[in-house]
Design a protein around this ligand. Structure first.
Ligand code: ZN
Length: 370
Protein backbone atom coordinates (compact mmCIF):
# COMPACT_ATOMS: atom_id res chain seq x y z
CA UNK A 1 0.00 0.00 0.00
CA UNK A 2 1.51 3.35 -0.94
CA UNK A 3 1.65 6.23 1.54
CA UNK A 4 -1.19 8.25 0.03
CA UNK A 5 -3.60 5.32 0.04
CA UNK A 6 -2.49 4.38 3.54
CA UNK A 7 -3.19 7.92 4.73
CA UNK A 8 -6.56 7.86 2.99
CA UNK A 9 -7.47 4.65 4.75
CA UNK A 10 -6.10 5.90 8.01
CA UNK A 11 -8.14 9.06 7.61
CA UNK A 12 -11.16 7.03 6.66
CA UNK A 13 -10.85 4.63 9.55
CA UNK A 14 -10.32 7.58 11.89
CA UNK A 15 -13.64 8.95 10.60
CA UNK A 16 -15.38 5.64 11.23
CA UNK A 17 -13.83 5.52 14.68
CA UNK A 18 -15.33 8.90 15.57
CA UNK A 19 -18.77 7.74 14.39
CA UNK A 20 -18.40 4.46 16.27
CA UNK A 21 -17.19 6.28 19.33
CA UNK A 22 -20.16 8.68 19.31
CA UNK A 23 -22.52 5.75 18.75
CA UNK A 24 -20.91 3.84 21.61
CA UNK A 25 -21.17 6.86 23.94
CA UNK A 26 -24.79 7.34 22.84
CA UNK A 27 -25.67 3.67 23.41
CA UNK A 28 -23.73 2.80 26.52
CA UNK A 29 -22.32 5.96 27.89
CA UNK A 30 -18.70 4.82 27.71
CA UNK A 31 -16.03 4.56 24.99
CA UNK A 32 -14.16 1.36 23.98
CA UNK A 33 -10.96 0.88 21.98
CA UNK A 34 -11.61 -1.07 18.75
CA UNK A 35 -8.83 -3.59 19.28
CA UNK A 36 -9.10 -7.24 20.30
CA UNK A 37 -8.74 -7.54 24.02
CA UNK A 38 -6.71 -10.27 25.59
CA UNK A 39 -8.17 -12.10 28.53
CA UNK A 40 -6.02 -11.44 31.59
CA UNK A 41 -7.12 -14.01 34.11
CA UNK A 42 -6.68 -17.75 33.94
CA UNK A 43 -8.43 -19.04 30.84
CA UNK A 44 -9.88 -22.48 30.12
CA UNK A 45 -8.75 -24.70 27.27
CA UNK A 46 -10.05 -23.31 23.97
CA UNK A 47 -10.31 -24.28 20.28
CA UNK A 48 -7.31 -22.91 18.38
CA UNK A 49 -9.49 -22.12 15.37
CA UNK A 50 -11.66 -19.71 17.36
CA UNK A 51 -8.64 -17.91 18.75
CA UNK A 52 -7.02 -17.55 15.33
CA UNK A 53 -10.22 -16.06 13.95
CA UNK A 54 -10.74 -13.79 16.89
CA UNK A 55 -7.21 -12.41 16.89
CA UNK A 56 -6.82 -12.47 13.14
CA UNK A 57 -3.84 -14.77 13.01
CA UNK A 58 -3.00 -17.06 10.13
CA UNK A 59 -3.00 -20.55 11.62
CA UNK A 60 -2.12 -23.77 9.87
CA UNK A 61 -1.99 -27.36 10.98
CA UNK A 62 0.16 -29.89 9.19
CA UNK A 63 -1.17 -33.42 9.57
CA UNK A 64 2.16 -34.99 8.65
CA UNK A 65 4.21 -33.45 11.36
CA UNK A 66 1.40 -32.42 13.72
CA UNK A 67 3.05 -28.99 13.63
CA UNK A 68 0.85 -25.93 14.15
CA UNK A 69 2.08 -22.67 12.61
CA UNK A 70 0.74 -19.30 13.71
CA UNK A 71 1.58 -16.04 12.04
CA UNK A 72 1.24 -12.73 13.84
CA UNK A 73 2.04 -9.34 12.41
CA UNK A 74 5.76 -9.67 12.62
CA UNK A 75 6.35 -12.80 14.68
CA UNK A 76 5.42 -16.39 14.08
CA UNK A 77 5.09 -19.45 16.28
CA UNK A 78 5.28 -23.18 15.90
CA UNK A 79 3.78 -25.79 18.21
CA UNK A 80 3.02 -29.49 18.10
CA UNK A 81 -0.05 -31.53 18.94
CA UNK A 82 0.46 -33.58 22.10
CA UNK A 83 3.32 -31.38 23.22
CA UNK A 84 3.56 -28.35 25.50
CA UNK A 85 6.51 -26.78 23.69
CA UNK A 86 5.89 -23.67 21.57
CA UNK A 87 8.51 -21.82 19.58
CA UNK A 88 7.83 -18.13 19.20
CA UNK A 89 10.30 -17.22 16.50
CA UNK A 90 13.25 -19.04 17.97
CA UNK A 91 12.39 -18.75 21.63
CA UNK A 92 11.21 -21.90 23.35
CA UNK A 93 8.16 -21.59 25.64
CA UNK A 94 6.49 -24.20 27.80
CA UNK A 95 2.73 -24.35 28.28
CA UNK A 96 1.23 -25.79 31.46
CA UNK A 97 -0.49 -28.52 29.46
CA UNK A 98 -0.19 -30.17 26.06
CA UNK A 99 -2.00 -28.92 22.98
CA UNK A 100 -4.35 -31.74 22.04
CA UNK A 101 -7.01 -32.91 19.62
CA UNK A 102 -10.41 -33.75 21.02
CA UNK A 103 -13.29 -34.75 18.75
CA UNK A 104 -11.45 -33.36 15.70
CA UNK A 105 -10.84 -29.98 17.32
CA UNK A 106 -7.40 -28.62 18.22
CA UNK A 107 -7.52 -27.39 21.82
CA UNK A 108 -4.90 -25.15 23.40
CA UNK A 109 -4.40 -24.83 27.17
CA UNK A 110 -5.41 -21.70 29.08
CA UNK A 111 -1.94 -20.19 29.32
CA UNK A 112 -1.66 -20.20 25.51
CA UNK A 113 -3.24 -16.72 25.67
CA UNK A 114 -0.63 -15.10 27.85
CA UNK A 115 2.39 -17.04 26.67
CA UNK A 116 1.81 -17.14 22.91
CA UNK A 117 -1.12 -15.03 21.71
CA UNK A 118 -0.16 -11.98 23.70
CA UNK A 119 3.37 -12.10 22.34
CA UNK A 120 2.14 -12.51 18.75
CA UNK A 121 -0.55 -9.84 18.93
CA UNK A 122 1.51 -7.31 20.79
CA UNK A 123 4.45 -7.74 18.46
CA UNK A 124 3.30 -4.46 16.86
CA UNK A 125 1.73 -2.09 19.31
CA UNK A 126 0.84 1.05 17.31
CA UNK A 127 -2.77 0.97 16.27
CA UNK A 128 -2.06 2.43 12.82
CA UNK A 129 0.35 -0.37 12.08
CA UNK A 130 -2.20 -2.81 13.39
CA UNK A 131 -4.90 -1.51 11.02
CA UNK A 132 -2.65 -1.46 7.98
CA UNK A 133 -1.19 -4.87 8.62
CA UNK A 134 -4.45 -6.47 9.62
CA UNK A 135 -4.64 -9.65 7.62
CA UNK A 136 -7.52 -10.02 5.19
CA UNK A 137 -10.10 -12.63 6.25
CA UNK A 138 -9.37 -14.59 3.07
CA UNK A 139 -6.11 -15.73 4.61
CA UNK A 140 -7.97 -17.54 7.35
CA UNK A 141 -8.46 -20.74 5.47
CA UNK A 142 -11.13 -22.83 7.13
CA UNK A 143 -9.83 -26.06 5.58
CA UNK A 144 -6.60 -25.69 7.50
CA UNK A 145 -8.58 -26.60 10.57
CA UNK A 146 -10.24 -29.70 9.28
CA UNK A 147 -8.56 -32.03 11.67
CA UNK A 148 -7.92 -35.44 10.30
CA UNK A 149 -5.42 -37.45 12.23
CA UNK A 150 -4.48 -39.51 9.19
CA UNK A 151 -4.91 -38.78 5.50
CA UNK A 152 -2.02 -40.42 3.83
CA UNK A 153 -0.44 -43.80 4.58
CA UNK A 154 2.74 -45.46 3.30
CA UNK A 155 2.69 -49.23 3.03
CA UNK A 156 6.05 -50.88 2.74
CA UNK A 157 6.16 -54.44 1.42
CA UNK A 158 9.45 -55.88 2.70
CA UNK A 159 12.20 -57.28 0.46
CA UNK A 160 11.65 -57.71 -3.31
CA UNK A 161 13.68 -58.39 -6.46
CA UNK A 162 17.01 -60.05 -5.66
CA UNK A 163 16.03 -60.25 -1.97
CA UNK A 164 13.32 -62.89 -1.45
CA UNK A 165 13.23 -62.55 2.34
CA UNK A 166 12.21 -65.69 4.25
CA UNK A 167 11.47 -68.82 2.21
CA UNK A 168 9.21 -71.61 3.49
CA UNK A 169 9.94 -75.32 3.11
CA UNK A 170 7.58 -75.64 0.19
CA UNK A 171 9.10 -72.58 -1.46
CA UNK A 172 6.70 -69.75 -0.55
CA UNK A 173 8.71 -66.52 -0.63
CA UNK A 174 8.22 -63.65 1.78
CA UNK A 175 8.62 -60.96 -0.91
CA UNK A 176 5.56 -62.23 -2.81
CA UNK A 177 3.35 -62.82 0.22
CA UNK A 178 3.98 -59.37 1.68
CA UNK A 179 3.57 -57.56 -1.64
CA UNK A 180 0.17 -59.14 -2.12
CA UNK A 181 -0.92 -58.26 1.43
CA UNK A 182 0.37 -54.69 0.92
CA UNK A 183 -1.68 -54.32 -2.29
CA UNK A 184 -4.80 -55.73 -0.64
CA UNK A 185 -4.30 -53.45 2.37
CA UNK A 186 -3.86 -50.49 0.01
CA UNK A 187 -7.20 -51.07 -1.66
CA UNK A 188 -8.97 -51.73 1.66
CA UNK A 189 -7.72 -48.40 3.03
CA UNK A 190 -8.39 -46.54 -0.22
CA UNK A 191 -11.99 -47.74 -0.02
CA UNK A 192 -12.17 -45.94 3.32
CA UNK A 193 -10.92 -42.70 1.80
CA UNK A 194 -7.23 -42.79 2.69
CA UNK A 195 -4.47 -41.89 0.28
CA UNK A 196 -2.08 -44.82 0.12
CA UNK A 197 1.34 -45.13 -1.46
CA UNK A 198 3.37 -48.34 -1.70
CA UNK A 199 7.17 -48.20 -1.40
CA UNK A 200 7.23 -50.92 -4.08
CA UNK A 201 4.33 -52.09 -6.20
CA UNK A 202 6.04 -54.94 -8.00
CA UNK A 203 8.85 -57.44 -7.57
CA UNK A 204 11.66 -54.93 -7.43
CA UNK A 205 14.52 -54.40 -5.04
CA UNK A 206 14.39 -51.19 -3.01
CA UNK A 207 17.01 -50.36 -0.41
CA UNK A 208 15.95 -49.57 3.14
CA UNK A 209 17.29 -46.05 2.61
CA UNK A 210 15.04 -45.56 -0.44
CA UNK A 211 12.00 -46.77 1.51
CA UNK A 212 12.52 -44.18 4.25
CA UNK A 213 13.22 -41.42 1.73
CA UNK A 214 9.98 -42.14 -0.15
CA UNK A 215 8.23 -41.72 3.20
CA UNK A 216 10.00 -38.51 4.17
CA UNK A 217 9.42 -36.85 0.79
CA UNK A 218 5.72 -37.61 1.02
CA UNK A 219 3.19 -36.02 3.31
CA UNK A 220 2.33 -39.38 4.87
CA UNK A 221 1.04 -39.64 8.41
CA UNK A 222 1.71 -43.34 9.01
CA UNK A 223 4.25 -45.90 7.88
CA UNK A 224 3.33 -49.58 7.87
CA UNK A 225 5.90 -52.18 6.89
CA UNK A 226 4.76 -55.73 6.13
CA UNK A 227 6.98 -58.77 6.60
CA UNK A 228 6.72 -62.51 7.20
CA UNK A 229 8.75 -64.23 9.87
CA UNK A 230 11.10 -67.18 9.97
CA UNK A 231 12.54 -69.14 12.87
CA UNK A 232 14.81 -72.14 13.36
CA UNK A 233 12.09 -73.55 15.59
CA UNK A 234 9.50 -74.87 13.13
CA UNK A 235 6.85 -74.71 15.80
CA UNK A 236 7.15 -70.92 16.11
CA UNK A 237 3.98 -69.28 14.79
CA UNK A 238 1.80 -66.21 15.08
CA UNK A 239 1.59 -62.53 14.33
CA UNK A 240 3.61 -59.80 15.96
CA UNK A 241 3.86 -56.05 15.53
CA UNK A 242 7.02 -54.06 16.10
CA UNK A 243 7.59 -50.47 17.06
CA UNK A 244 10.87 -48.70 17.65
CA UNK A 245 11.86 -48.27 21.30
CA UNK A 246 13.75 -45.38 22.83
CA UNK A 247 16.32 -43.73 20.68
CA UNK A 248 19.93 -43.39 21.65
CA UNK A 249 22.04 -40.32 20.93
CA UNK A 250 23.68 -42.05 17.98
CA UNK A 251 20.28 -43.16 16.59
CA UNK A 252 19.18 -39.53 16.55
CA UNK A 253 22.31 -38.56 14.69
CA UNK A 254 22.20 -41.38 12.18
CA UNK A 255 22.95 -40.00 8.69
CA UNK A 256 19.79 -41.41 7.10
CA UNK A 257 17.62 -39.96 9.86
CA UNK A 258 19.25 -36.56 9.46
CA UNK A 259 18.70 -36.66 5.70
CA UNK A 260 15.06 -37.66 6.17
CA UNK A 261 14.62 -34.88 8.70
CA UNK A 262 15.85 -32.37 6.12
CA UNK A 263 13.33 -33.74 3.60
CA UNK A 264 10.50 -33.38 6.12
CA UNK A 265 11.59 -29.87 7.12
CA UNK A 266 11.53 -28.87 3.47
CA UNK A 267 7.84 -29.82 3.45
CA UNK A 268 7.34 -27.63 6.51
CA UNK A 269 8.86 -24.63 4.73
CA UNK A 270 11.55 -24.39 7.32
CA UNK A 271 14.10 -22.57 5.25
CA UNK A 272 16.24 -21.20 8.05
CA UNK A 273 19.17 -23.41 8.81
CA UNK A 274 18.74 -23.22 12.54
CA UNK A 275 20.11 -26.21 14.37
CA UNK A 276 18.44 -25.51 17.68
CA UNK A 277 15.04 -25.10 16.09
CA UNK A 278 15.53 -28.29 14.11
CA UNK A 279 16.55 -30.15 17.25
CA UNK A 280 13.43 -29.02 19.09
CA UNK A 281 11.11 -29.91 16.23
CA UNK A 282 12.82 -33.24 15.78
CA UNK A 283 12.28 -33.91 19.51
CA UNK A 284 8.62 -33.01 19.02
CA UNK A 285 8.40 -35.49 16.15
CA UNK A 286 10.12 -38.10 18.22
CA UNK A 287 7.77 -37.92 21.21
CA UNK A 288 4.75 -37.87 18.89
CA UNK A 289 6.08 -40.83 16.95
CA UNK A 290 6.82 -42.89 20.06
CA UNK A 291 3.37 -42.54 21.58
CA UNK A 292 1.40 -42.86 18.33
CA UNK A 293 3.36 -45.88 17.01
CA UNK A 294 2.60 -47.71 20.22
CA UNK A 295 -1.14 -46.91 19.96
CA UNK A 296 -1.25 -47.94 16.31
CA UNK A 297 0.62 -51.19 17.03
CA UNK A 298 -1.83 -52.10 19.80
CA UNK A 299 -4.97 -51.50 17.73
CA UNK A 300 -3.54 -53.35 14.72
CA UNK A 301 -2.45 -56.43 16.68
CA UNK A 302 -5.77 -56.34 18.56
CA UNK A 303 -7.67 -56.36 15.29
CA UNK A 304 -5.53 -59.12 13.75
CA UNK A 305 -5.92 -61.32 16.83
CA UNK A 306 -9.69 -60.92 16.66
CA UNK A 307 -10.15 -61.52 12.94
CA UNK A 308 -7.41 -64.00 12.11
CA UNK A 309 -7.01 -67.32 13.88
CA UNK A 310 -3.37 -66.95 14.64
CA UNK A 311 -1.20 -66.92 17.71
CA UNK A 312 -1.05 -63.49 19.28
CA UNK A 313 2.59 -62.68 19.91
CA UNK A 314 2.00 -59.07 20.92
CA UNK A 315 3.73 -55.74 20.39
CA UNK A 316 7.51 -55.77 20.56
CA UNK A 317 10.30 -53.29 20.18
CA UNK A 318 13.00 -53.71 17.60
CA UNK A 319 15.69 -51.54 16.11
CA UNK A 320 14.69 -52.06 12.46
CA UNK A 321 16.15 -49.53 10.05
CA UNK A 322 12.81 -48.48 8.58
CA UNK A 323 11.36 -47.87 12.04
CA UNK A 324 14.43 -46.03 13.27
CA UNK A 325 14.77 -43.72 10.31
CA UNK A 326 11.21 -42.59 9.66
CA UNK A 327 9.95 -39.54 11.50
CA UNK A 328 6.26 -40.39 11.43
CA UNK A 329 4.50 -43.08 13.51
CA UNK A 330 5.75 -46.39 12.15
CA UNK A 331 5.08 -50.08 12.74
CA UNK A 332 6.36 -53.31 11.24
CA UNK A 333 3.99 -56.27 11.07
CA UNK A 334 5.22 -59.86 10.89
CA UNK A 335 2.15 -61.55 9.45
CA UNK A 336 3.15 -65.12 10.28
CA UNK A 337 6.01 -67.65 10.11
CA UNK A 338 6.96 -69.05 6.73
CA UNK A 339 9.18 -71.50 8.65
CA UNK A 340 6.03 -72.97 10.19
CA UNK A 341 4.49 -75.46 7.70
CA UNK A 342 0.92 -74.66 8.74
CA UNK A 343 1.37 -70.90 8.44
CA UNK A 344 3.29 -71.24 5.19
CA UNK A 345 0.29 -73.07 3.75
CA UNK A 346 -2.09 -70.41 5.05
CA UNK A 347 0.00 -67.51 3.73
CA UNK A 348 0.08 -69.17 0.31
CA UNK A 349 -3.70 -68.75 0.16
CA UNK A 350 -5.15 -65.62 -1.38
CA UNK A 351 -8.15 -65.62 0.94
CA UNK A 352 -5.95 -65.79 4.05
CA UNK A 353 -3.84 -62.88 2.79
CA UNK A 354 -7.05 -60.94 2.19
CA UNK A 355 -8.13 -61.67 5.77
CA UNK A 356 -4.83 -60.40 7.11
CA UNK A 357 -5.06 -57.24 4.96
CA UNK A 358 -8.65 -56.59 6.11
CA UNK A 359 -7.74 -57.03 9.76
CA UNK A 360 -4.79 -54.62 9.47
CA UNK A 361 -7.05 -52.08 7.72
CA UNK A 362 -9.60 -52.42 10.49
CA UNK A 363 -6.93 -51.83 13.12
CA UNK A 364 -5.70 -48.71 11.30
CA UNK A 365 -9.23 -47.32 11.05
CA UNK A 366 -9.82 -48.02 14.72
CA UNK A 367 -6.60 -46.16 15.56
CA UNK A 368 -7.61 -43.17 13.44
CA UNK A 369 -10.94 -42.89 15.21
CA UNK A 370 -9.49 -43.22 18.70
ZN1 ZN B 1 11.23 -59.59 6.23
Amino acid sequence: MNKKIALFFRGKSAGYCVVALLLAIFLSGCATVPKPELPETKMPEAPLKDLCEKYNLVCKWDSLSQVISLKGYSLSAKALIDSNIVLVDEKKLFLNDNIRIKESVILVPGDFYSKVLEVLIKSETKETVYIEKKLPPALLRKEDFIVKKVNHIIIDAGHGGKDPGAIGRSGVQEKGVVLDIAKKLKSALEDKGFRVVLTRSNDEFKTLQERTEITSKSSADLFISIHANASKARSASGVEVYTFGDMTYSDKNEDQRKLNQKLVFRNLEMTKDDNELETIISDMYYSNKQSESEKLARTVIGSISKLVKSKYRGVKEERYFVLRNTLIPAILIEVGFLSNPREEKLLAHKSYRQKIANSIAKGVIEYVHQ
